[in-house]
Design a protein around this ligand. Structure first.
Ligand SMILES: Cc1cc2nc3c(=O)[nH]c(=O)nc-3n(C[C@H](O)[C@H](O)[C@H](O)COP(=O)(O)O)c2cc1C
Length: 315
């Protein structure tokens, strides 16, 4: 069986590289400083005077013992622990790896203050930025890929109901809302499937192309008799500030077949997307009864203030 491409895995491996690179480097540096506190093992004797601008320098910075311990405890050991957590595929590894990128940036900021401008500080500050960004990416991809959906969690979904929840979903966020809604209303569920590539990174860009042009995206033939339902609730993601392209095709196909309709739009923004709801009305040739705008953030949802609660609406 072909292994599914995992963006989390790619980010995790890059983050392991950064954690080991920074961690092993810091470990080596601190061992050298502790073995020879005058800094001679690393040719750092001339750097000591620069430390004298720091607080408590007369006690802490007369040699490299304090700096060596600090390097070990702040950048060395934590990065190695983060690498182990990442090898174990723990979410905490991504969080820790990212935070250690920020820590490295803060560390280098102190060096910016005490040392004259030099290439190494600039380089390591850049490494800190890259490590922090890789940690953020790993965390986002982890959340996306561990967004678990079990049909068994929605026992009230009833495919004999006269209320139907229709949805299209690339990543599963809209699907979750659709199933939660159907579960709450004892409604049936129907998934719109596109015949185009919508999955993965390539799918994202392909969908973006349709979204940018405001095109319809071809969908599989409908396997449901829409005229049989007393009410249909359409759940759709927002693509490029507009209606997701497969849902546009669905609305066109459903024109004249629906008796009553509600919309639930899922996105990442604070906007209510009333214009999208208006477009759906016009495509369907039917005025909506209710419409809700829900903001999702990699797995958690928040309903926009301007819309009423879903449960109170549908009857
Ligand atoms: C091509 C594309 C364009 C998008 N454009 C927007 C946008 O303009 N505004 C927004 O808030 N979200 C945008 N999104 C994000 C989706 O609306 C959001 O991730 C939604 O939760 C996806 O639901 P799904 O997981 O069910 O596919 C876009 C997503 C894709 C794939």
């Amino acid at each position: 069986m072909q292994k599914e491409h995992s963006r989390y895995n790619v980010a995790r491996i890059i983050l392991i590289f950064w954690c080991l690179f920074i961690g092993v480097g810091a470990l080596g540096g601190s061992v050298c400083m502790l073995l020879k506190p005058d800094g001679s093992l690393m040719g750092m004797q001339e750097l000591l005077p620069y430390f004298q601008v720091l607080p408590f320098s007369e006690t802490l910075f007369q040699d490299f013992v304090f700096s060596g311990f600090s390097l070990l405890l702040v950048n060395g050991i934590p990065n190695l622990i983060a690498a182990v957590l990442l090898f174990q595929k723990r979410k905490s590894g991504a969080v820790m790896g990212g935070i250690l990128g920020l820590t490295l940036m803060a560390w280098i900021c102190i060096q910016f203050v005490i040392f004259p401008n030099n290439i190494m500080d600039n380089l390591y500050f850049t490494f800190g930025i890259l490590q922090a960004l890789t940690g953020l990416a790993a965390l986002i991809f982890y959340k996306q890929e561990h967004f678990i959906f079990e049909r068994g969690d929605y026992p009230n979904v009833d495919n004999t109901s006269d209320t139907l929840v229709v949805y299209f979903s690339r990543m599963g966020y809209t699907r979750k809302i659709a199933y939660e809604t159907a579960n709450r209303l004892n409604a049936a569920v129907y998934e719109i499937k596109s015949t185009e590539t919508t999955q993965g990174t390539l799918g994202f860009w392909w969908c973006g192309r349709y979204g940018m042009h405001g095109w319809d995206m071809p969908i599989e033939a409908l396997q449901v008799d829409l005229t049989a339902y007393r009410k249909v609730i359409i759940c759709s993601p927002i693509w490029v500030f507009g209606l997701a392209a497969p849902m546009r095709s669905f609305c066109r196909m459903a024109k004249g077949k629906l008796q009553r309709v509600d919309y639930i739009l899922i996105h990442h923004m604070g906007a209510s997307f009333t214009k999208v709801a208006d477009e759906m009305d016009s495509l369907l040739g039917l005025k909506r009864e209710h419409f809700y705008s829900i903001r999702c953030h990699v797995g958690s949802f928040r309903e926009n203030k301007q819309s009423a609660t879903i449960s109170s609406s549908v009857n």
